[in-house]
Design a protein around this ligand. Structure first.
Ligand SMILES: [Zn+2]
Length: 399
C-alpha cells in the first residue's frame, strides 16, 4: 500500500476526540484504528509492541547502534470542532483553480494564499462537509511509509520506536504514555503543516475553569437580593484585556481564549485556555485572572466566583536549547534532501511539548497538511512525500 492509500484508509475512521475519560480513550473508534495500526506495525517485525487501554500503540524496531535510538510520534484522533464522520477524501492535481466543495464552500487562493505553494502538486481535501483528518493521519502515514520503504530497500537504520497516541486534540495524550516503556532518548512528532518549517518552540499553556455560584430568586422580587451568576461571569470576563483574544493576536502574542460557558442565574461554568510563549508572562496572566476574581468577589461580598487552574504544558524550547544536536540533525537531513529548514514557533501545543518535559526532547516536523480543524483542511501529497525522504534520511545509518 502506498502513502495515499494508507492515508485514505485511516481517514475513514471517525476518530474524533470528545471528553477525556479515566480508563479509556474518549471515542472507541480510536481503538479500532489503534488496533489496525498495531497489526500494520507487527508486519514490520518489532522486537516489542504494546497497546494500552487508551489505545496508545508503542512499537520498537531493532536497529544499528551507530546512531542513537529515536522515537517517532503521531496522533490517531482528530479535532472535535468539525465532524470527522464519513470523510470522503478527494485526490486531485491542483492546477491553481478554485476548488468547489459542498454547501457553497470553496478552497481558493484568495482565502488561503499559501495554496499557491501546492500548484501542480497532488492534494487531498474533503468534500467540504467534514474535516479531512490530515491532522494527524498524514503523520501516521508518513512514519509507516518511511519505515516500510527503508526496510524494503534493505537499508541499515537506527533503532526506531513508533508511538501513536490518542486524545491529543483534548490535550491528554502525553498523560497516556508511560515514560518507563520509552527507550528512545529523543524523537520527532510528525504533526505540523508546511514541511519547510520545523518547530522547536510551542506555547506554554494553562486551562482555567470558572465556577460561579449565584443567588437565584424570582425576578419580580429580585431587588437587592438576586446575584445572577451569568452577570457575575460577564463582569469577570470583561476585566480581561480584549486585545488578548485569539482573534486579536498573532505570531508570539499571548491570549486568553474563552472556550465556552454554560449556566443560568444560580450556577455558571466557563472555561478558558491561556497561552503564551513566555513562562513569566503566562504566570502574570494567571495572576491577573486571580486578581480579577478577587475584585468581582469583594464587590459582591462573598466568594461567588472560583477559578480552577491547571497547567497543561510548557514551551519545549527551554528543553530543546539544551540539545542543539537535534536541531543539527534536522538541518543535515534537510540539506541532504536538497532543502533548507526554517523554524517557526507553533501557536499551539504538541505531544512534543509534554514529552520534552518528560525527558524526551521532541521537536515537530511538518506533514504538508493545511487548514487543520476545519472543512477546508487539505494535504499537499508532494510535500508529504518529501517528508518521507527527509525522515528516511534521519533514520538511515550511512555505511
Ligand atoms: Zn495534530
Amino acid at each position: 500500500m502506498g502513502f495515499i492509500e494508507k492515508f485514505k484508509s485511516y481517514v475513514k475512521y471517525e476518530t474524533t476526540s470528545t471528553e477525556p475519560k479515566e480508563n479509556c480513550c474518549s471515542n472507541a473508534i480510536m481503538l479500532d484504528l489503534a488496533y489496525h495500526l498495531f497489526s500494520e506495525l507487527q508486519k514490520l517485525k518489532p522486537y516489542e509492541i504494546s497497546i494500552n487501554k487508551f489505545g496508545v500503540v508503542d512499537a520498537k524496531l531493532a536497529g544499528s547502534n551507530k546512531k542513537e535510538p529515536i522515537c517517532l510520534l503521531a496522533h490517531i484522533d482528530t479535532s472535535n470542532q468539525v465532524s470527522g464522520k464519513n470523510v470522503k477524501p478527494i485526490v486531485e492535481k491542483y492546477l491553481g483553480k478554485t476548488i468547489k466543495l459542498k454547501n457553497n464552500k470553496v478552497l481558493s487562493e484568495k482565502d488561503f494564499p499559501y495554496l499557491k505553494k501546492s500548484k501542480n502538486h497532488t492534494i487531498v481535501h474533503s468534500d467540504g462537509t467534514t474535516l479531512l483528518g490530515s491532522d494527524d493521519k498524514s503523520g501516521i502515514a508518513i512514519i509507516l511509509q518511511a519505515i516500510e520503504e527503508i526496510k524494503k530497500e534493505k537499508k541499515e537504520h537506527r533503532e526506531i520506536e513508533i508511538i501513536f497516541t490518542t486524545d491529543e486534540e483534548i490535550g491528554v495524550d502525553a498523560e497516556h504514555i508511560s515514560r518507563e516503556i520509552v527507550n528512545a532518548k529523543y524523537g520527532y512528532t510528525l504533526d505540523g503543516g508546511d514541511i519547510d518549517y520545523a518547530s522547536i518552540e510551542t506555547f506554554s499553556a494553562y486551562g482555567v475553569k470558572v465556577e460561579v455560584e449565584g443567588k437565584s430568586i424570582h425576578p419580580g422580587e429580585a431587588k437587592d437580593k438576586m446575584v445572577n451568576a451569568s452577570n457575575v461571569f460577564i463582569a469577570f470576563h470583561n476585566l480581561l484585556p480584549e486585545k488578548l483574544r485569539p482573534e486579536n493576536t498573532w505570531k508570539k502574542e499571548p491570549f486568553y481564549h474563552l472556550l465556552g460557558m454554560k449556566g443560568h442565574e444560580e450556577h455558571l461554568e466557563a472555561s478558558y485556555i491561556v497561552r503564551s510563549f513566555d513562562e513569566q508572562e503566562i504566570k502574570d496572566m494567571i495572576e491577573l485572572m486571580k486578581e480579577n476574581a478577587k475584585r468581582v468577589n469583594s464587590k459582591l461580598g462573598y466568594n461567588a466566583l472560583n477559578l480552577v487552574i491547571k497547567r497543561q504544558y510548557k514551551n519545549m524550547k527551554a528543553v530543546l536549547d539544551k540539545h542543539p544536536q537535534i536541531q543539527r540533525e534536522i538541518e543535515e537531513a534537510y540539506k541532504k534532501c536538497g532543502r533548507r529548514v526554517k523554524y517557526e514557533a507553533v501557536r499551539g501545543g504538541t505531544t512534543g511539548s509534554r514529552l520534552s518535559y518528560m525527558g524526551i526532547p521532541c521537536p515537530n516536523l511538518g506533514t504538508g497538511g493545511y487548514n487543520f480543524h476545519g472543512v477546508y483542511e487539505y494535504l499537499d501529497v508532494d510535500q508529504a512525500l518529501e517528508m518521507i525522504k527527509i525522515l528516511k534520511t534521519i533514520i538511515a545509518v550511512e555505511k
